[in-house]
Design a protein. Structure first.
Length: 397
């Protein structure tokens, strides 16, 4: 992978246009949370620092090494590295699938090879002489890295062909299609758009003037910001709405197919589809969050708990029976950043296309395009379509 260097200064300072009118712009709703057991075997996985959910596998990084959990059971582990920093599921550098990658205590990048063995991959991104302290998947278009190059902070963006570097000091990173963002030490936020043709900065970098920003995340193409006592969401015009303000400390932020999760005191909140839901979760004010296809993991004091929003009716049917079909058959094309360009990884995407799914998947049967669904899979989707259209046909919970 060719390495290039692009050093630039931010051209503009944009004020955060949030709604400070004494109330939030969306109604706060309660939600019920389930806490499914992710470690069914009750294995000793040590004190957990971070984790990556790959769907079929969960990779836990702890003081016992990198541990692969499949179906709730530890299937493999590598104890050669026991100190960890940030981690992420990122596009493989060879273009073949998705890797679970974490930075170790020395800032080296390691991936899980063959679902069992750690492999050093810093050199594949031109980063063998720099330390990585944060990384983020740019929705399949590349990977953003926050670096320390001999005491000089930078951000690198790798698109599979080149690695561009930018003179930015960001304490964390989030990314989406040809865009990345992060919070700086002074509590401001920087957002950078890249040119898809060259993966280089096209002049639309913006520094968002704040003093208390902690971290960022993307819900699709929309940037969301977590501050010490507030949560903001970007509008189409690039300004921001105040979604929630609270006296309890905000902590942890993670994107998922259902939206963005964040912690507020002992509660966990989910903002997605223009709706805000919060629930008491019994977490501490220092918990970090890791997103997954099903919900979120909360890591605190070396332990980890899984949470997902409790579903009813058609959504519960979709989660229990259709989502496994999606993961097995459809996800390679219809995940965020997939080849189809249509993200179907969340229930809301299926619900909004129920008629199209009925026509193409069940009637014409020209979707998926690369294989035929089994009779059982077709029956599963047909039962969900009926439930979605007529809730009285849904099975009892």
């Amino acid at each position: 992978m060719k390495r290039a260097r692009a050093l630039w200064l931010l051209p503009a300072l944009a004020a955060l246009a949030a709604c400070y009118n004494g109330s939030e712009v969306v109604e706060l709703q309660s939600m019920a949370l389930d806490s499914p057991e992710w470690n069914l075997g009750k294995s000793d996985v040590g004190k957990i620092t971070t984790a990556v959910d790959l769907g079929d596998d969960l990779v836990v990084y702890s003081d016992k090494g990198a541990i692969v959990v499949s179906g709730g059971i530890v299937s493999a582990s590598d104890s050669t590295v026991t100190t960890w920093g940030a981690s992420a599921a990122i596009p493989a550098s060879d273009g073949n699938g998705t890797w679970s990658v974490s930075a170790d205590g020395d800032g080296r990048l390691l991936r899980i090879r063959g679902r069992s063995v750690l492999e050093l991959v810093s050199d594949r991104y031109g980063l063998s002489t720099t330390k990585v302290h944060a990384l983020a998947n740019a929705a399949g278009t590349g990977v953003a890295f926050a670096l320390d190059d001999g005491g000089v902070p930078e951000v690198a963006f790798a698109d599979g062909k080149t690695v561009q570097r930018y003179a930015l000091a960001l304490s964390n990173l989030s990314a989406t299609t040809w865009r990345f963002a992060g919070a700086a030490a002074d509590g401001s936020v920087t957002s950078v758009r890249l040119d898809p043709a060259t993966a280089t900065h096209d002049g639309n970098a913006t520094r968002i003037a704040m003093t208390e920003a902690l971290a960022t995340a993307f819900d699709g193409d929309r940037l969301e910001i977590e501050a010490q006592h507030a949560f903001y969401a970007e509008r189409v015009d690039g300004t921001f709405d105040l979604i929630l303000a609270d006296g309890d400390p905000f902590h942890g932020i993670a994107a998922s197919p259902d939206g963005v999760w964040f912690g507020v005191g002992s509660r966990i909140c989910l903002y997605g589809g223009g709706q805000l839901h919060c629930a008491e979760a019994g977490v501490g004010g220092t918990a970090t969050l890791v997103g997954s296809a099903r919900g979120v993991y909360a890591i605190e004091n070396g332990g980890m708990r899984a949470f997902e929003r409790r579903a009813t009716g058609a959504e519960a049917v979709w989660r229990a029976s259709v989502r496994p079909v999606f993961a097995r058959v459809c996800s390679s094309c219809h995940s965020r950043g997939g080849t189809s360009g249509i993200d179907m990884s969340a229930y809301a995407s299926w619900a909004s296309r129920v008629d199209l799914i009925d026509t193409r998947v069940l009637q014409i049967q020209n979707m998926p395009t690369n294989q035929k669904l089994s009779g059982d899979d077709l029956a599963t989707i047909a039962a969900w379509v009926a439930c979605q259209r007529k809730p009285e046909t849904c099975p009892a919970p």
